[in-house]
Design a binder for this molecule. Structure first.
Ligand code: CDM
Ligand code: ATP
Length: 289
């Protein structure tokens, strides 16, 4: 039997860090939304009782370190599955980019194997399992648009932002999320207005969404990698309506309402960056059903 799943990337429209927790993680409050840039994952039953990963991407591990492997292992252990699976990952999402590529592959694996192994688990149950793999996995199980709290695993789904285009540019560096959180100075934070962002989305007010974009990790990553600031400046110069770094970076995205301007921003960025994408927001509920 063969199952196909789409594993889309996310961007953070607003990302605030409230405090450091006793378990070493940070308490966050964020608004995340899915974008139409996705890995494709195929699951096939294997005769042998093993998990095999194929990705043909030199930056992606093909063993127990792969987050899709971890998701499969978690389901196998929890539900005592005595079957094997081959997981073939076709990557389109850049790796270590702040776009939750690995987390989305893990989430797609939870959804895909729930079908392949007929486990009958709800999305809420899969999201709870996902939290054991990584903080972004629970959001990726649902996709759409959500407020994420806790260490990122508590998800409240909200309505989609109004339609717009997103140009993404990833400088040629990888960023470690752990390092960025480690370098964050909690007493020097300028907190973004997360509630204002939620309100702007509710009102479908595109201009207000642009005004409310904010990410406390942006200045931390910029200090470590000045390339991020350069890309942000270029994206503003070429005419994006609003520009922000996603997650822990280094990918920078620009929101653009009018298609005519989309080409100018995309082509302009291509001059600076190898990895540039122009996609739509995919923030509707049940986008992965
Ligand atoms: C930056 C974001 O991508 C925003 O969506 C997430 O907060 C990070 O999510 P993620 O990559 O799934 O993170 P995890 O794999 O759970 O954690 C990686 C590392 O980041 C740090 N981390 C992560 C999440 C969080 N709320 N506080 C943290 O301090 C921890 O040092 C952790 O060891
Ligand atoms: N399926 C996978 N796809 C990509 N990277 C993976 C995968 N599984 C494990 N990894 C490892 O995870 C690391 C982080 O990759 P990933 O693309 O998930 O980062 P990210 O986009 O910054 O995630 P986030 O936004 O959730 O912090 C990579 O360096 C890679 O070695």
């Amino acid at each position: 039997m063969r199952i196909l799943e789409k594993a889309p990337a996310k961007i953070n429209l607003s990302l605030d860090v409230l405090h450091k927790r006793p378990d070493g993680y940070h308490e966050v409050k964020m608004v995340m939304t899915t974008i139409d840039l996705a890995d494709r994952i195929e699951f096939r039953s294997l005769r042998e009782n093993a998990i095999r990963i194929v990705s043909h991407n030199r930056f992606v591990p093909d063993d127990h370190r792969n987050l899709a492997y971890k998701a499969a292992q978690l389901l196998k252990n929890r539900f005592k599955i005595q079957q094997g699976v081959a997981i073939s990952i076709t990557k389109s999402i850049p790796v270590a980019a702040g776009l939750a590529g690995g987390s989305s592959d893990a989430a797609a694996t939870l959804r895909g194997l729930n079908k392949l192994w007929r486990l009958g688990l709800s999305l809420d149950e899969l999201a709870e399992l996902g939290a054991e793999i990584g903080s972004d996995v629970s959001f990726c199980v649902y996709g759409g648009t959500a407020i994420a709290t806790g260490r990122g695993e508590k998800i409240e789904q909200i309505d989609a932002p109004p339609h717009c285009w997103v140009v993404l540019a990833k400088p040629d560096i990888g960023v470690s999320t752990a390092d960025v959180y480690k370098n964050l100075k909690l007493d020097h934070i300028e907190h973004p207005d997360v509630d204002g962002m939620v309100q702007a989305i509710k009102e479908k007010n595109y201009d207000k969404i642009c005004q409310k974009l904010g990410n406390v990790l942006e200045s931390v990553t910029m200090k470590m990698h000045p390339e991020v600031a350069v890309i942000k400046e270029q994206m503003n110069k070429f005419g994006a309506d609003a520009v922000l770094m996603s997650g822990s970076g280094p990918t920078v995205y620009g929101l653009i309402q009018h298609e005519s301007r989309l080409h100018r921003v995309y082509n302009g960025l291509r001059g600076f960056c190898d990895q540039v994408f122009a996609v739509r927001l995919l923030g509707e509920r049940n986008v992965l059903d």
